[in-house]
Design a protein around this ligand. Structure first.
Ligand code: NAD
Length: 290
């Protein structure tokens, strides 16, 4: 088998980040004689959400962050969720607050996310943090607290940097324009000096654009949608997709094909996924340093 592309090992890179974080968290906990705290709000019985929350709790344990999981009933009212978030905003033992998405339909996600104190918004979804990212700020001009960037896009940037390739001036193509992945990662690549093209479901002749990508970030949610002939030789390919099919997880990129063409490529699983959690922990530490 041809083993051309170098695999970007998200598991290994995220472990290194967590090892560094563990030391920093320890220093923080010793200095302040308290433990950094992350509150996780989980509403309902969504199976995937429960797995994600379990993994986040485990990762917190690994680095010495205390997690507080608030498991709420599927039918909880918006008022009750609101008062919990207000309580967490005011709780000095809670440095970070995470609302596990998706929420049940009767709860308005945008409204709920907007209730979280931006300085505790470790997912980076609050409009205050989104605006900070858009403006390229690292510290809020109004509150002087760190701007918290969303976790998956931050993890993607770490993976791109881990290749050691120069980033400035490169043509980065992002496929997907969601608020969680596509848009923020495009802004981050722009801040790093890339020329950025954002593609989406209405884009015409996608292959002609992807073939120009020195850095290709794919966040669509369609199994192996990107074939090898859509990839530019020598490029960096970051596959964000998680697609479950017959008990297996697949990315948005046909890995075996793209690996023959790209210089660096992330696998699924074991690429972006582990980085998302590492960045959540990193944001929680950042939030505690305000
Ligand atoms: P989304 O559904 O919100 O967005 C998908 C995007 O893909 C849209 O902007 C849409 O315009 C675009 N798209 C759809 N069909 C297309 C087509 N034929 N051609 C070009 N673009 C097309 O999804 P999302 O939340 O951004 O997530 C994308 C994928 O990444 C999903 O598989 C999701 O599970 C995965 N994801 C992984 C992580 C992780 O930690 N690894 C985190 C978030 C999301």
């Amino acid at each position: 088998m041809n083993t051309k592309g170098i695999i970007i090992d998200g598991k290994l890179i995220s472990q290194k980040i967590k090892d560094e974080l563990r030391l920093k968290v320890q220093q923080h906990n010793n200095k302040h004689d308290t433990q950094i705290g992350l509150a996780v709000v989980l509403v309902g019985e969504n199976q995937a959400s429960q797995v994600y929350v379990r993994n986040k709790v485990k990762a917190c344990d690994q680095v010495g962050i205390k997690s507080f999981v608030h498991k709420l009933d599927e039918t909880i009212s918006a008022d009750e969720v609101t008062s919990l978030i207000k309580e967490l905003n005011n709780n000095p033992n809670i440095n970070g607050i995470l609302i596990q998405l998706p929420l049940p339909k009767h709860l308005n996600e945008d409204k709920i996310l907007a209730l979280v104190d931006p300085s505790k918004d470790v997912d980076g979804f609050h409009i205050h943090n989104a605006a900070g990212l858009f403006l390229g700020h690292h510290i809020s001009q109004s509150t002087q607290t760190p701007i918290l960037y969303p976790c998956t896009p931050s993890g993607i940037i770490e993976l791109v940097k881990s290749t050691g390739e120069s980033i400035e001036g490169k043509h980065a193509v992002v496929i997907g324009r969601s608020n969680i992945v596509g848009k923020p990662v495009a802004m981050m690549l722009l801040s790093l000096g890339c020329t950025v093209t954002i593609c989406h479901s209405k884009t015409k002749d996608l292959p002609s654009i992807t073939k120009q990508a020195d850095i290709l970030v794919v966040a669509i949610g369609r199994k192996e949608f990107i074939s090898g002939d859509m990839v530019k030789p020598g490029s960096i390919v970051i596959d964000v997709g998680i697609n479950r099919h017959e008990g297996k997880i697949y990315g948005d990129v046909n890995f075996d094909q793209a690996k023959q063409i790209a210089k660096h490529i992330t696998p699924v699983p074991g690429g972006v996924g582990p980085m998302t959690i590492a960045m959540l922990l990193s944001n929680t530490l950042k939030a505690s340093e305000k």
